[in-house]
Unconditional design. Structure first.
Length: 300
């Protein structure tokens, strides 16, 4: 005898909770929603009226109990206003990165209000394309460029950036976009930053996120973040804005990196849980001794 949808969801919630999944109820509903082609709310409504368990549900729940990421099972990740295609070989975007995007959006809107025409944005290490796609979607006046080193992740990004007119290249964030040096208004990066000796706590990250997207290089994990800072210096115009995600414990070190690289107005940004997860700064504008700031790179 088939289980009802309500019975199946309650069973799945218990299985996932016992497997250590923090969001057991939500995941149980979303897996059913994926199979049924419904929203979470519609699944809850169908459960009330006694609908049957969808075919394949038990197998999908078993996969999630083995800590395969929910997004790998459903093939999508929800990020700000977008639904992104994700799967094996690409870093699944996290909620804390939405705060980084908000810093970029706020800066771009301020630049537009100040008269910057078609501000140019570079996303260093785009992964799934979550940041670049969100910027292109929310600030259509911006010209967005993104670079990704992994061929697999680049393919996912190409899917997510299709139709956005974003320039996506396969390459190294250290050397990307030499033709844009000194011409960019905003540079953003969520580079790998986990130290070599550290291991992610969650099995979803430890066993399924690609190592290339996790480990930043060096004992402190800051080799690639340092490279991102250097590229931001190379790419930004005077007065241009840079923001980078990092681990909470790296906030002080990253602020010092920006200070030493000559950034001014260096400030930390907290995620929705109050953790210091990003740091921003601005390239200094020419002072009175060297002349006033120009519009070079602003709206070419």
């Amino acid at each position: 005898m088939n289980r009802s949808l309500g019975q199946a969801v309650r069973w799945a919630e218990q299985v996932l909770a016992e497997a250590g999944v923090d969001s057991a109820r939500t995941d149980a509903l979303l897996l059913a929603a994926h199979l049924m082609g419904l929203s979470r709310g519609e699944v809850e409504a169908r459960a009330i009226i006694g609908a049957e368990e969808p075919a394949g549900y038990a197998e999908l729940v078993a996969e999630r109990a083995r800590r395969v990421p929910l997004q790998h099972l459903t093939g999508v990740a929800h990020f700000r206003y977008l639904t992104l295609a994700v799967g094996p070989g690409v870093f699944v975007p996290r909620p804390e990165t939405e705060t980084v995007v908000q810093a970029v959006i706020d800066e771009l809107r301020a630049q537009l209000a100040a008269g910057v025409h078609r501000p140019r944005v570079v996303d260093l290490g785009t992964g799934s394309g979550a940041i670049a796609a969100s910027v292109a979607h929310e600030v259509p006046q911006a010209r967005v460029h993104a670079v990704e080193l992994s061929e697999t992740a680049h393919a996912w990004a190409a899917e997510n950036l299709r139709g956005t007119r974003t320039e996506l290249v396969l390459g190294d964030l250290r050397t990307a976009f030499p033709e844009l040096e000194g011409r960019c208004d905003v540079v953003v990066s969520n580079p790998p930053y986990i130290p070599a000796g550290a291991v992610p706590r969650d099995p979803e990250a430890r066993e399924h996120d690609p190592a290339l997207a996790l480990y930043g290089g060096g004992e402190d994990g800051l080799e690639l973040p340092r490279a991102a800072v250097a590229s931001a210096v190379r790419l930004l115009r005077p007065g241009g804005f840079f923001v980078m995600e990092h681990a909470e414990v790296q906030a002080g070190a990253v602020a010092r990196l920006l200070d030493h690289a000559g950034f001014v107005e260096v400030v930390g940004h907290q995620d929705l849980t109050g953790r210091d997860r990003a740091t921003a700064g601005r390239r200094p504008r020419p002072g009175p001794a060297t002349g006033s700031a120009t519009d070079e790179g602003m709206g070419e």
